[in-house]
Design a protein around this ligand. Structure first.
Ligand SMILES: NC(=O)c1ccc[n+]([C@@H]2O[C@H](COP(=O)([O-])OP(=O)(O)OC[C@H]3O[C@@H](n4cnc5c(N)ncnc54)[C@H](OP(=O)(O)O)[C@@H]3O)[C@@H](O)[C@H]2O)c1
Length: 264
């Protein structure tokens, strides 16, 4: 299903985005790899090219908080094959700080990357997909987009916002033949905690035991590809008790609130 398709992945220099690049590459997709660090993107590109079935590959460095760069990058991305069949809004940063310790500038930084970056890139790509009459937009939200937990007020708010934005977008574009998928990972073993923001906006740079004990990132990417292949509107992926929280929140919200209060 992905063979020959042009797939643009943000946050492709590490973690889930990198693992998705390998899976899409092995499936024969033509990839546009974006993130801020060109060296890391080139490393991922080289690794992709070693895989059987790897097709064309473009490294397109991009900071998703830079609106003008998004506009220019979208033109370059389209020139790669003339199409953009799938956009995976995966770039993101997390948070490790109590609300009382988190500066407003830090909240704004989280929202610039995790919310406005995804919206701006989606808005840039949307007219291309509408013109094509086809396309699939996905976002890596989080279980934190459905459940609020301590030390993540900004991150949970951002991911909740993304669930709302992309659910609403789906309602708008389904009639145009476009698909929208929200992805809600639980704890996945990546560098997310390392770069998470402390209250003053500096990097947490510590091991988070939940992340360290989380799902293998390749397994996560395989689940995501299978879900995208099926055209799922929502993909929940993870292996720990945080995945049960989705179910508890839905059917027993007060129980869930008590559980997360105890954890906090
Ligand atoms: N790991 C988990 O447990 C987990 C759970 C739920 C959701 N998620 C979500 O999954 C997504 C990927 O995270 P990950 O776990 O794979 O963490 P990661 O390894 O830290 O990857 C984050 C990616 O985002 C990119 N990025 C950060 N800021 C950016 C910016 N301003 N512009 C462009 N790219 C930017 C980073 O690349 P550069 O530094 O090169 O720009 C990197 O490629 C995030 O949206 C995260 O919130 C992760």
């Amino acid at each position: 299903m992905f063979a020959g398709k042009t797939v643009w992945i943000t946050g492709a220099s590490s973690g889930i985005g990198e693992a998705l690049a390998y899976e899409f590459s092995a499936a024969g997709a033509k990839l546009i790899l974006s993130a801020r660090r060109p060296d890391e993107l080139s490393r991922v590109k080289e690794a992709c090219l070693q895989l059987d079935g790897a097709e064309g590959m473009m490294v397109l460095p991009l900071d998703v908080t830079d609106e003008r760069a998004i506009s220019d990058a979208t033109k370059v991305a389209r020139s790669f094959t003339g199409r953009i069949d799938m956009l995976i809004n995966n770039a993101g940063i997390s948070q490790r700080a109590l609300c009382v310790d988190t500066e407003m500038a830090t909240y704004r930084k989280l929202f610039e990357v995790d919310v406005f970056g995804q919206i701006a890139l989606t808005k840039a790509v949307l007219p291309i997909m509408l013109e094509q009459g086809s396309g699939h937009i996905a976002v890596t939200a989080s279980v934190a987009g459905k459940v609020g937990v301590a030390q993540r007020t900004g991150y949970c708010a951002a991911k909740h916002a993304m669930m709302g934005f992309f659910d609403a977008l789906r309602a708008e574009v389904a009639k145009d033949g476009l698909f929208v998928t929200t992805i809600t990972p639980g704890f996945i073993r990546t560098n997310i905690a390392k770069y998470a923001l402390k209250g003053d906006g500096s990097a947490f740079d510590q091991v988070d035991q939940n992340i360290a004990g989380g799902m293998d990132v390749t397994d996560c990417a395989k689940v995501i590809l299978a879900g995208l292949h099926k055209g799922k509107k929502e993909i929940a992926v993870g292996q720990g008790r945080e995945m049960k929280a989705l179910w508890v929140k839905r059917f027993f919200p007060n129980l869930l609130f008590r559980m997360v209060e105890k954890m906090g």
